[in-house]
Design a protein around this ligand. Structure first.
Ligand code: MGD
Ligand code: MGD
Ligand code: MO
Length: 668
């Protein structure tokens, strides 16, 4: 094991709440009054939009904040700035789920409710470590298991979720489409497909069945690494079940073909008829607390509030009449495209509310380079994040979850109230209030309470029309769709697929033929290990809200390796090694995890100030959804002598310092 390095001084960041606006002068951020900061903000937006038109502006909206704030943020983007360039972290996680579900069923929400999970016979958790990342949902899963449900987990690692499963299918990273095809072929060949449902409510089955044909159990086992017997068991249990749930998360979506992966699972739901009925459904478990709501509120580039298509003339006319400004008849750029356009120099000013892309985007060194290309960057956050450190103006916000009133929408589409329980620190202001202040400086007399924003939204979004604050108070939470104040819809979506009457049934759900396209970052002798990245229970995303304190829970970053690989590399638990990819290199201590497969490594992205994992992840993105392949990089691991380790760490410090000064210069 390498000796500890006495000269190592790099400290982790201790984030403290922002309480004063900051503005950049001569390259440095300095405290400023709200008046000055808001003037600077407005002047920068105006200058860029006047010079280059409205699409020079881009908004990153906050999935940690309320529905009301997301409604106001997207309205600000569309009405005050005149562009549809608004998006959020949904792009980095479930945009493929939304795209896939919308393709199949016309809307992008999970189809079932948590209660239904408890009443299901079979629950499949696919690419989801819900025990750690969705612990509340997982309580419902465990209740389902107590009620007799059989739990299957499909994950390349023996996660703490997999430990609860009756069967764990430990597939190779990036082989979900072959596995889904193998299951489908087995269902079809065993006569277990739901032919009546397929004939009545779906289309394109013949082409799909033909595409599944090469994926025999043996061929599927060879490609995925999952034993044929387990594939057979899942296929038979899922198709024979009266009620079955297929739930998935980032193991499916964070790939260069994430939307195809999602469609592969939707195909299985259609094949077995497990959608549109009580306790049978297709469920992406959403990421941040309000990422479902952010999208529902229109903080995405292609939809207005209520998931209404921007390309629909009638929809646009309705919003134009209500808002008094023409909506651009084109989709805006999503977050990934905005970064591309920043690089090209045609998106020149950005307003980032509660996102930390400098540490969360794949290949983040590239992201930093891109962001420093901006003429004017405004960051509104509760902490001085690495992204805020690049800004021209930093605006201190209150924390939505405890310091504001409003609503959040969870993965089962349930809108729930949040209430102001604490006063924000002196000097910080509410996100909505800040947006209104800026809008007023552009001549829009905006002053809205959260409830007024909510009521305006539901007057324009039919699927939220019946969800009033009074009713939320009375019922404790309401799921959309909810079209009127005196009714509630069923807890599951797409019941129309089971209608006898073809007129009521609406459009059939299509099967999709998919190609198996392995991960982009190829394994070679130089980069022989597959790195997948994800989460642990005790930390949250880029660590801004969970990393900056001392706690026995705080474990720090590690490179998790299978003991066989560690032995092969002659590295021991705790030893610091160099982890290289085609993008960059980082240093991290090794942790042995026999729950990995040989050849597979795992890291989180929770401690980027110490170990910047996104310096080595790959930016390959899904062409439909724009989501990056965080789940599959190719890496090499090198042992380091104590001298090399010290040199490596000094070099990392030097790189960080260089980066900082280059950025400061670029932003001066
Ligand atoms: N404690 C905690 N909870 C969180 C968060 C947090 O940071 N910390 N973040 C929140 C957010 S923003 C999100 S989006 C969710 C994410 O929730 P999850 O998606 O459950 O979390 P991850 O750990 O990113 O990935 C899930 C699993 O995908 C598996 N996987 C990797 N590659 C593949 C593959 O090719 N195929 C399959 N089938 N599986 C694969 C990984 O082994 C991992 O166990 O969690 C939310 N909840
Ligand atoms: N390697 C790797 N990278 C990943 C992923 C992965 O699996 N692997 N997953 C990706 C996923 S799914 C996601 S969602 C992204 C997350 O990416 P980000 O959203 O960029 O990261 P967070 O750390 O969640 O940052 C949230 C920010 O919101 C601020 N905030 C919290 N509440 C409020 C509020 O009320 N108002 C305001 N104004 N700000 C607030 C916090 O201080 C914090 O700075 O990371 C992505 N990056
Ligand atoms: Mo996420």
């Amino acid at each position: 094991m390498a000796a500890p390095n006495p000269r190592r001084r790099r400290q982790r960041e201790h984030y403290t709440r922002l309480t004063r606006p900051l503005v950049r002068d001569a390259g440095e951020l300095r405290p400023a009054s709200w008046e000055e900061a808001l003037e600077r903000t407005t002047e920068g937006f105006r200058r860029n939009v006047e010079a280059r038109g409205p699409n020079a502006f881009g908004m990153f909206s906050c999935a940690r904040a309320t529905n009301e704030m997301n409604y106001v943020a997207q309205k600000f983007t569309r009405v005050v700035m005149g562009t549809n360039n608004v998006d959020s972290c949904n792009r980095t996680c479930h945009a493929p789920s939304v795209a896939g579900l919308a393709h199949a069923f016309g809307s992008g929400g999970g189809t079932s409710s948590y209660q239904e999970i408890e009443d299901s016979d079979v629950i499949v958790m696919w690419g989801s470590n819900a025990r750690e990342a969705h612990p509340i949902f997982f309580h419902h899963v465990l209740q389902g298991v107590r009620n007799g449900a059989r739990l299957f987990v499909v994950d390349p690692r023996v996660t703490s979720t997999a430990q609860w499963a009756e069967h764990h299918l430990q597939l190779n990273v990036g082989t979900d489409i072959p596995l889904a095809y193998g299951i489908a072929r087995e269902i079809i060949h065993s006569g277990l497909a739901n032919s009546a449902f397929i004939a009545r409510s779906t289309e394109n089955f013949a082409a799909y069945a033909a595409a599944a044909e090469p994926w025999t159990l043996a061929a599927t086992e060879a490609e995925t690494g999952v034993p044929a017997e387990l594939i057979r068991e899942l296929a038979h249990s899922y198709a024979r079940a009266d009620r079955a749930q297929l739930c998935w998360t980032l193991g499916i979506t964070e790939h260069h073909n994430g939307t195809d992966n999602v469609l592969g699972l939707i195909n299985l739901g259609l094949l077995a008829g497990h959608v549109g009925r009580y306790a049978s459904g297709l469920n992406p478990l959403r990421g941040q607390n309000n990422v479902q709501g952010g999208g529902d509120m229109g903080a995405i580039p292609d939809r207005l509030p209520g998931f209404q298509d921007i390309l629909d003339t009638g929809v646009r006319e309705k919003f134009t009449a209500a808002w008094g400004r023409e909506i651009q008849p084109r989709y805006g750029w999503n977050l990934t495209q905005m970064l591309d356009h920043i690089e090209r120099g045609d998106l020149t000013t950005c307003y980032i509310i509660g996102e930390n892309p400098v540490q969360s985007e794949a290949d983040c060194l590239h992201t930093i380079k891109r962001l420093s290309n901006l003429d004017h960057l405004v960051v509104q956050d509760i902490f001085l994040t690495k992204t805020a450190q690049l800004a021209d103006v930093v605006l201190p916000a209150s924390a939505a979850w405890c310091e504001t009133d409003g609503t959040f929408t969870n993965s089962e589409r349930r809108v729930q109230r949040v209430r102001k329980a604490l006063r924000a620190p002196e000097g910080a202001r509410d996100d909505i209030e800040i947006l209104c202040e800026i809008a007023r400086r552009f001549g829009h007399d905006w002053r809205v309470t959260p409830e007024q924003a909510w009521d305006e939204m539901r007057s324009l979004a039919p699927n939220h029309a019946g969800i009033s604050y009074a009713r939320l108070e009375e019922l404790g939470g309401i799921q959309w769709p909810c079209y009127s104040e005196d009714a509630l819809e069923p807890s599951y979506l797409h019941g129309r697929l089971w209608e006898e009457d073809p007129a009521k049934r609406g459009r059939p759900a299509p099967f999709t033929v998919l190609l198996h396209r392995p991960p982009v970052d190829e394994l070679t002798a130089e980069f022989p290990l597959r790195l997948t990245t994800g989460r642990r229970l005790d930390s949250y995303n880029t660590g801004v809200q969970s990393g900056g304190f001392d706690s026995p829970l705080r474990k720090g970053e590690t490179l998790d390796l299978h003991p066989v690989d560690a032995q092969h590399l002659s590295v021991a638990e705790g030893e610091k090694v160099r982890v290289r990819s085609r993008r960059g290199a980082i240093v991290a201590p090794v942790r042995l995890d026999p729950g990995l497969a040989p050849g597979l490594a795992f890291m989180t992205f929770h401690f980027p100030d110490e170990v910047d994992v996104n310096a080595i992840t790959i930016e390959a993105t899904d062409p439909v959804a724009g989501t990056a392949e965080y789940k599959a990089a190719a890496i090499g691991v090198d042992r380091l002598t104590p001298e090399e380790l010290e040199a490596e760490e000094l070099a990392a410090d030097r790189r960080a310092a260089e980066q900082r000064s280059a950025l400061t210069a670029a932003r001066a």
